[in-house]
Design a protein around this ligand. Structure first.
Ligand code: ZN
Ligand code: ZN
Ligand code: ZN
Length: 298
């Protein structure tokens, strides 16, 4: 568990490793039968536990459903194969596809029910490049950057002046991180920094009640069916307004690395926000240092 917490912390998905421990405690407390197991740090410790548990419950007729989330891990292929030896699709075992199925699992996956639990699991692996970014302060000894450095931009002194011209200036480019090479701008804490947006007030008021799908119009919507409106086309003024509207809903994390995320990563009122605890944005999202010191390329 400590290793996982460190990975999350190094990848800047957590502000502090202690948050992970708090999460696990909260998860275990939520229901007497909720367990988050610390498998220890032996090689394949977690895999061994999952496999033993699954084998035990699969043979138990009272067990109605097993959901397995290991889609990116080829090492489960050999183990799962034993459950695919009939012509039927196994309905008791459901494979959760979070990151895309690893190639050997992909072949087996047709023999199982499958589901996506969007928003619950990551849909891509934690990239090493994110880890490197964390430690890339200019070293006093002028150490050589690792080979994968190219994918991540560091922030030597003077980065701001040198790179400032490529920073998104208009709201149109800002939300379009996709066009801008899928960059996510960050401050020196590795927090995502939303660039200011200028939106036409009247257009914003007009669009707000239309419940347009922000992701569909601004980046990419993965919901099918989607509960929001995908109809029609928007003008660039309307796109700006929608981008502004989308930013009014807080993202789940200040360390967001989703290039398609259109939510807000800070309260636009910042320290001047007078909504107090009624504001949807948490404390931390009112205190974001907006000085950009680097970006990651996703
Ligand atoms: Zn949608
Ligand atoms: Zn986000
Ligand atoms: Zn606020």
């Amino acid at each position: 568990m400590a290793g996982l917490a460190k990975t999350y912390y190094d990848a800047k998905l957590l502000p502090d490793a202690i948050v992970f421990r708090q999460f696990v405690q909260g998860f275990n407390k939520e229901h007497a039968l909720c367990h988050f197991t610390d498998a220890g740090d032996d090689k394949e410790a977690a895999d061994n536990k999952v496999k033993a548990e699954m084998a035990l419950f699969y043979d138990n007729v009272h067990c109605k459903h097993i959901m397995l989330a290991a889609s990116g891990d080829n090492s489960y292929a050999g183990f799962l194969r034993q459950y695919t030896l009939t012509d039927q699709v196994s309905s008791r075992v459901v494979l959760i596809e979070s990151i895309p199925f690893a190639n050997q699992l992909d072949v087996l996956a047709i023999k199982f029910e499958k589901t996506h639990l969007q928003g619950l699991f990551r849909d891509h692996k934690i990239e090493k490049k994110a880890l490197l970014f964390h430690e890339e302060r200019p070293g006093p000894l002028g150490d050589t950057p690792p080979a994968t450095y190219a994918s991540t931009v560091k922030q030597p002194n003077g980065w701001q002046e040198k790179q400032a011209p490529v920073l998104p200036k208009s709201p149109l480019i800002d939300g379009g991180q996709v066009e801008a090479g899928r960059r996510i701008y960050q401050n020196n804490k590795g927090q995502r920094v939303d660039q200011p947006i200028k939106a036409d007030k009247a257009t914003t008021y007009r669009l707000k009640p239309l419940k347009l799908c922000n992701r569909h119009f601004l980046t990419k919507c993965y919901h099918n069916p989607c509960g929001h409106n995908h109809e029609g086309k928007l003008t660039s003024v309307e796109i700006d307004a929608l981008r502004f509207i989308a930013r009014l809903s807080p993202c789940q994390t200040l360390y967001c690395e989703d290039p398609d995320c259109v939510s807000g990563h800070r309260c636009m009122q910042g320290a001047n926000c007078d909504k107090g605890s009624r504001c949807w944005f948490g404390d931390e999202m009112h205190r974001v240092d907006t000085k950009i010191t680097g970006f990651i390329t996703v």
